[in-house]
Design a protein around this ligand. Structure first.
Ligand SMILES: [Fe+2]
Length: 264
């Protein structure tokens, strides 16, 4: 089974890039299931239902979560409904709206998708539960389920956390994919226990920008230290960053992981 994971989709420029690239990629590589980081889908901040539906029409089957996922309340009913393909990080404290892991149907059977937040995520770092303990609990509970693969998304700032959780879950999940940096790393490989890993998959949005935001806004903020609104860059070359994981559904291990990075 082939699973594609797409990094943070930055608002409309990101969504338009997905619409241009994803349908052809699905056909070209025979992709069976598509997961994307959804936290920046609507103007870079959170998810509107119409943006999610637009991306589902373009071929995305499931959306992982990050530090922006809870920004727009209209998505909360979808986050709480096990049949809706959107999650928020699983290690938010008890009482946080929504679910942090769900099961999803693929042509080959059920898969488990989990989102986790690193313990230091930008300046908005919330108080969160330990991701290692949380993922242990989720995987223990999943033992009673018939699943053909498990994909963990780790949304974090520290490279050390992103590497260590790969080692920690080696042999226990099919893939662990890092994101939040918006910059792809060159370390995608299958670990010794059959777990596909990449420190960061990258993003979908303007390459000629500051991680999808207009560069001049960030430069002004950097020089003047004034608070200002982020504005998405709509010009320049658009990049589409993803990884393709080939899964052996017999043992739920990854056969390969390869970066698919496109420009338009
Ligand atoms: Fe993020």
């Amino acid at each position: 089974m082939k699973i594609l994971y797409i990094g943070d989709i930055m608002g409309r420029p990101g969504r338009q890039t997905v619409q241009k690239i994803l349908p052809g990629l699905i056909t070209e590589h025979g992709i069976d299931f598509v997961i994307a980081q959804g936290e920046n889908l609507s103007s870079g901040k959170g998810l509107q239902i119409k943006s999610v539906e637009e991306m589902m029409s373009a071929g995305i089957d499931f959306f992982t979560g990050g530090d922006w996922t809870l920004h727009r309340e209209e998505i909360y009913p979808w986050l709480s409904d096990p049949s809706r393909p959107v999650i928020r990080p699983a290690n938010y404290p008890a009482g946080t709206p929504g679910l942090g892991w769900k099961y999803a149907d693929t042509p080959f059977g059920k898969i488990l998708v989990i989102s986790l937040l690193g313990q230091t995520v930008g300046y908005r770092a919330p108080v969160i539960d330990n991701p290692l303990e949380v993922v242990d609990r989720i995987l223990a509970e999943a033992k009673s389920q018939q699943i053909v693969a498990s994909v963990v998304n780790f949304h974090g700032d520290f490279s050390s956390e992103k590497i260590v959780i790969g080692q920690y879950l080696n042999g226990r999940v099919t893939a662990i994919i890092g994101d939040h940096w918006h910059i792809p790393t060159a370390d995608a490989h299958v670990l010794s226990g059959g777990t596909a890993h990449i420190t960061d998959v990258g993003m979908v949005g303007s390459r000629d920008s500051s991680l999808g935001i207009k560069t001049e806004i960030i430069v002004n903020r950097w020089k003047s230290d004034e608070r200002s609104r982020n504005e998405l860059e709509t010009g320049g070359q658009m990049q589409f960053c993803s990884v393709l994981i080939d899964v052996n559904i017999g043992n739920s291990q990854a056969k390969s992981i390869k970066q698919l990075i496109k420009f338009v």
